[in-house]
Design a protein around this ligand. Structure first.
Ligand code: ATP
Ligand code: MG
Length: 455
């Protein structure tokens, strides 16, 4: 399984690694310097001690008691922190030795071993009346090592403290800086779950401000698109319900009376046959045949309406006639006109479908938004071999659009997919709106993008 380490942990770990490496390098360099300084100090102390002993020995020939003077010379080193002096007889026995002070801050044994230099003791022989004596001077690193150890320990403690503080500070700053990312991730998960109302506050470092702005813009567009979808769906449902109600009315108004009269005629025939009035029967039978024929035509028309695969399958003129009739029936106070002067046979299916869709949406917009008294639909040949569909109304015209819908955009997309152009302008005369789509005539084999919009 892939181990996911957070960005924060990675940053802190890498910074800690650098700090620890610096700390290690600092320790190594300090240890090396400490060993050098202890050695230099010890060597210097031995030289000074040797000079002091030589001076003392120079005065010996005039001495009354050479042995006592030698012992005094050795004891003059009492309290010396770096050199121990001793007086030995010819057999190497210690006759006198100086006392070393105890280090105030003793260094641990490993550190003393690490920094203590290996120095050969100085041996200064003296001939006395009692025989040969030797003054031995030996370097003693305990005190110097203790001193260096104290300095080193304090410096390392300060370094370690500053490393810890830096790591804590970096952790804090990185944590605060990355908090907005956590919010972005939560918000994205919410959007993924379909909650488009979520928005991010515009806070945090400048690098993330663009991200939150982009997120908010995306969420806003998504909620808008969702609202439009919902509205379209509601419209669709309404249209379907109106269509069903229309069919029900047709059945009721057109078929119902004929069924009723056919039933009456059948009963009359039955009665005429029973009472022997055979002369009345052909007239009644003809009436039944006419009623059945009427019903057949209506039922076939309704079946066609139900089974239409393409709205223009019936032809552009009847299809446009249907929408105009539909709106006329639902808005009887508006005067609708439809004028088709273009030759339908010169248009291919895709062009007819786009003409239909443009007229459908522009008509619906005019009725829904324009409050018009008159709406005109015209399909005419253009002057450059194109076909022009135009829907104009005398309504309130285009006001400030606060919430753009999908209708105009959809029309524009369909028209430009066929290589045409769409214009939405105020209608001439100052009132209302005119939507004009100019399309190349597809049936003549004009240039046509491969992805022509279908209905
Ligand atoms: N004939 C018109 N008269 C007045 N205003 C119009 C007319 N046609 C369009 N508009 C304005 O233009 C806006 C955009 O129209 P569009 O068809 O793109 O969206 P919609 O009709 O609001 O929603 P949708 O078509 O997605 O259901 C409308 O909301 C309306 O304000
Ligand atoms: Mg619309």
């Amino acid at each position: 399984m892939l181990l996911r380490v957070s960005l924060r942990a990675r940053l802190i770990a890498s910074i800690l690694l650098v700090l620890l490496l610096s700390l290690g390098a600092g320790c190594a360099s300090a240890g090396w310097n400490a060993a050098r300084s202890v050695r230099a100090e010890m060597q210097a102390a031995l030289v000074v001690g040797e000079q002091a002993v030589r001076h003392g020995l120079e005065d010996l020939p005039g001495s009354q008691d050479t042995l006592a003077d030698l012992q005094q010379l050795v004891q003059a080193f009492d309290g010396d922190r770096h050199v121990r002096a001793a007086l030995l007889d010819a057999a190497g026995r210690v006759l006198a030795a100086s006392a070393l002070p105890h280090p105030a801050q003793p260094a641990p044994g490993w550190f003393v071993r690490l920094v203590a230099p290996v120095l050969t003791p100085e041996r200064l022989p003296v001939e006395t009346e009692a025989g040969r004596r030797v003054v031995v001077l030996e370097a003693e690193p305990l005190n110097e090592a203790g001193e260096v150890w104290t300095q080193l320990r304090d410096s390392l403690a300060i370094l370690a403290l500053s490393c810890t503080l830096s790591a804590a500070l970096v952790s804090l700053v990185v944590g605060r800086a990355l908090r907005p990312l956590q919010r972005v991730s939560t918000a994205l998960a919410a959007v993924g779950a379909g909650e488009y109302a979520v928005r991010l506050p515009q806070t945090g470092p400048s690098e993330l401000a663009g991200l939150t702005q982009g997120f908010n813009a995306m969420a806003a567009r998504l909620s808008l698109a969702e609202a439009q979808n919902r509205r379209l769906h509601e419209q669709l449902v309404t249209l379907q319900e109106e269509e069903r109600a229309d069919l029900a009315r047709d059945l009721h108004d057109e078929v119902g009376p004929f069924l009723f009269t056919a039933a009456l005629d059948a009963a009359a025939i039955e009665q005429a046959a029973a009472t022997g009035q055979h002369a009345a029967i052909p007239e009644r039978a003809l009436a039944i045949r006419e009623a059945v024929g009427h019903m057949q035509r209506h039922v076939r028309a309704m079946l066609k309406r139900l089974r239409l695969a393409s709205p223009v399958e019936v032809g552009l003129a009847p299809a446009l006639g249907n929408i105009v009739a539909f709106w006329q029936a639902h808005r009887p106070t508006i005067a609708f006109t439809l004028e088709i002067s273009a030759d339908e046979d010169e248009l291919d299916e895709a062009t007819k479908a786009v003409i239909y869709r443009v007229a459908q949406e522009a008509l619906s917009n005019a009725v829904r938004h324009g409050r018009p008294g008159r709406v005109e639909v015209a399909v005419a040949p253009g002057d450059d071999g194109s076909v022009v569909v135009r829907v104009s109304d005398d309504g309130i015209g285009m006001t400030d659009v606060t919430e753009p819908g999908l209708g105009l955009a959809g029309m524009r997309e369909r028209v430009s997919a066929l290589g045409g152009a769409l214009q939405v302008v105020g209608a001439p005369g100052g009132r209302g709106l005119a939507v004009t789509a100019r399309l190349p005539c597809g049936a003549e084999g004009g240039a046509r993008p491969a992805t022509a919009a279908a209905a």
